[in-house]
Ligand binder design. Structure first.
Ligand code: A4P
Ligand code: MG
Length: 178
């Protein structure tokens, strides 16, 4: 197995358990994956061949109010971001990611902590960059505690999911019944 270049890699976790204007959670992820892929490639000056998306996983809600619907979770990974890691560039990416969340109807003002959401995009890590900025912690502080993040992350890091073009995410979604 090829060594994984952790120092240039970047990963984003995706989660949804509430329908959005794009449909149920799986449809929201299907809508957002190509857009997030384009954003990451453009922002990171990266090659499309270095980008992978995991399967879409159906997961039980962890924490938050009781009675929530199951989540659809996935991880997008870029193995080689050309841009050198920096706080400014990471905050710029966070802003773009939050814009995508809003395009899916996310409104943090009206939410409970860990309550149902139309789309959650978490920047999981960017190389070895460590940040404790009020708006951005890197690596994501709960990354190591979340099976719904670790399972798809391991899948893309091991390269077990076939790399696919961002316009074909539904294959993976069907595979895992999300
Ligand atoms: N923020 C700080 N660091 C980051 C980062 N690395 N990436 C700030 C993204 N945002 C970051 O985030 C609140 C603020 O954190 C943002 O405004 C940003 O400036 P949020 O997305 O509104 O809050 P959250 O998602 O509720 O919190 P957090 O800490 O991301 O929680 P998790 O770990 O994402 O938990 N169960 C299942 N099965 N699947 C899920 O996806 N998700 C959660 C949320 C709970 N249970 C779940 C799932
Ligand atoms: Mg989050």
């Amino acid at each position: 197995m090829a060594l994984f270049p952790l120092e240039t890699a970047l990963a984003v976790g995706l989660g949804a358990n509430l329908s959005s204007c794009h449909g149920p959670p799986e449809s929201t992820l299907r809508w957002v994956v190509p857009r997030l892929s384009d954003l990451l490639l453009d922002w990171g000056d990266a090659e499309a061949g270095d980008l992978r998306c995991s399967s879409f996983l159906k997961t039980q809600p962890l924490g938050g109010p009781p009675g929530q619907d199951a989540y659809c979770n996935a991880v997008l990974l870029i193995s080689h971001v050309q841009r050198p890691p920096s706080e400014m560039a990471a905050l710029e990416l966070l802003e773009h990611m939050q814009h995508l969340e809003r395009s899916c109807g996310r409104d943090r003002q009206r939410e409970q902590r860990w309550g149902p959401r139309t789309l959650d995009l978490d920047l999981l890590f960017w190389g070895e960059l460590r940040l404790e900025h009020p708006r951005l912690m890197l690596p994501h502080p709960r990354l190591h505690l979340r099976g719904f993040v670790l399972e798809p992350l391991l899948e893309v890091m091991q390269g077990s999911a076939a790399p696919r073009s961002p316009d074909q995410p539904e294959t993976a979604a069907r595979d895992r019944g999300c």
